[in-house]
Design a protein around this ligand. Structure first.
Ligand code: ADP
Ligand code: MG
Length: 394
């Protein structure tokens, strides 16, 4: 089911409350070190300005835990936004107090006001109905464009939609389109690549994807629990002994559903968990004690690449090795490169996966890189995200 967007509602002359993700990283002097989240929010904000709405922006920043703390003020965001938009964005001193009321009461069409950090009020994270109502009373329409917090039911991400007509901005529209279409309406063959550290982090993702994909490719630390479940020795590799039965069940589920389930055939071992450690590539039945699997091997890269070249949709979550160390980033980089060359829809979900693809310089070669770490994982788990569920259906 698709959701209404700002295009599906008349915003002219209306006060529109937009929940953005302005949770930007800052250095010790409060300078923003990465403006991508602000730049990402601009299309929705510009659309509203061009359509003569009165634009009221809100966001959280960091974890002030319900208290007003100067270091979590949105003042740096106000400055950057004013610069990017080329107009003066006004910053309220509070969220729903006198300052916010005065500023939003006196807006002209096309003006922009930014409220202070919504997490300065502890009622935000409690999704307190009174707080949601007070927020809603500032505006006539609610737009959610913060995918990164869409898995949280807070006042500014979901609660406020109880009191206002609610639609999505362009960022959430894009996330729903690419994550949603890939999962629910994929062009086949549909191949998912799952990696990362632990099976236990990804049980629900694997379970959900097994019901959708034609092939499931496994890499990363979670491989070793599966390999051990198949009776192999894994040395010092990360392995969850209490998840071995579960690993067996998941492999059985793949078999029952006719899903091709691929595990590494060789791996790159390290002597220690260290960027300069001694390393070697061995077949998966040759992992010795005293060594730790930190990446997939070259044979595995070759095998996985062949499968991926037949895919029409690829969903990737979780690096295939310890990509933070160059020595063990080769598998992840090689697979990212193959994805970049495919004539297929390629969707990347998960914070570290997105970072890995960016580090490899291949971000613009992918169809879509989800901006929400936790939110994209919950989406892959098949969960309903409160920040999306609260929006009007088309
Ligand atoms: P995402 O954030 O994309 O969902 P995860 O958080 O699940 O991904 O996994 C990323 C982490 O998994 C990385 O920090 C990476 O170093 C780690 N990892 C991948 N392969 C291994 C391995 N073989 N051993 C230990 N850690 C691994
Ligand atoms: Mg992660």
């Amino acid at each position: 089911m698709s959701k209404k967007t700002v295009r599906d509602i008349n915003v002219t002359g209306k006060k529109v409350l937009v929940r953005c993700d302005f949770n930007v990283p800052q250095d010790e002097n409060g300078n923003i070190t990465d403006t991508r989240r602000i730049v990402g929010a601009l299309p929705t904000i510009k659309y509203l300005i061009e359509n003569n709405a009165k634009v009221i922006l809100c966001s959280h920043l960091g974890r002030p835990k319900g208290e007003v703390k100067k270091e979590f003020s949105l003042a740096p965001v106000q400055k950057e936004l004013s610069k990017q938009l080329g107009i003066e964005v006004k910053l309220a001193d509070d969220i729903v107090g006198e300052s916010a009321k005065t500023l939003t009461n006196n807006m002209k069409d096309g003006e922009v006001v930014l409220l202070e950090n919504v997490r300065f009020d502890k009622r935000e994270e409690q999704n307190d109905p009174e707080f949601s109502k007070e927020l809603a009373s500032l505006a006539e329409i609610y737009v959610n464009d913060a995918f990164g917090t869409a898995h949280r039911a807070h006042s500014s991400t979901a609660g406020v939609a109880d009191y206002l007509p609610a639609v999505s901005g362009f960022l959430i529209e894009k996330e729903i389109k690419f994550l949603g279409d890939a999962l629910n309406n994929p062009e086949r063959p549909f191949v998912a690549i799952l990696g990362g550290k632990k099976v236990s982090d990804k049980i629900s993702v694997i379970n959900n994807l097994l019901e959708k994909v034609d092939t499931l490719i496994i890499g990363g630390g979670m491989s070793y629990t599966f390999l051990k479940a198949k009776g192999l020795s894994v040395g010092n590799s990360i392995c969850e002994d209490d998840k071995i039965d579960l690993a067996k069940e998941l492999m059985q589920k793949a078999k029952d559903r006719n899903v091709e389930f691929l595990l590494p055939v060789d791996v790159t071992l390290g002597k220690e968990y260290d960027k300069d450690t001694e390393s070697k590539i061995v077949k998966v039945d040759q992992i010795e004690d005293g060594w730790e699997g930190l990446d997939i091997g070259t044979e595995t890269v070759k095998k996985y690449s062949e499968v991926l070249r037949t895919a029409k949709t690829v969903m990737w979550n979780g690096p295939l090795g310890v990509f933070e160390f160059d020595k063990f980033a080769k598998g992840t980089n090689a697979i990212a490169k193959v994805l970049g060359e495919l004539d297929a829809t390629t969707v990347i979900g998960g914070g570290d996966s997105a970072a890995a693809v960016e580090k490899a310089g291949l971000a613009d070669k992918m169809t879509h890189i989800s901006t929400g770490g936790g939110a994209s994982l919950e989406y892959l788990e098949g969960k309903i995200l409160p920040g999306i569920a609260c929006l009007q259906d088309k």
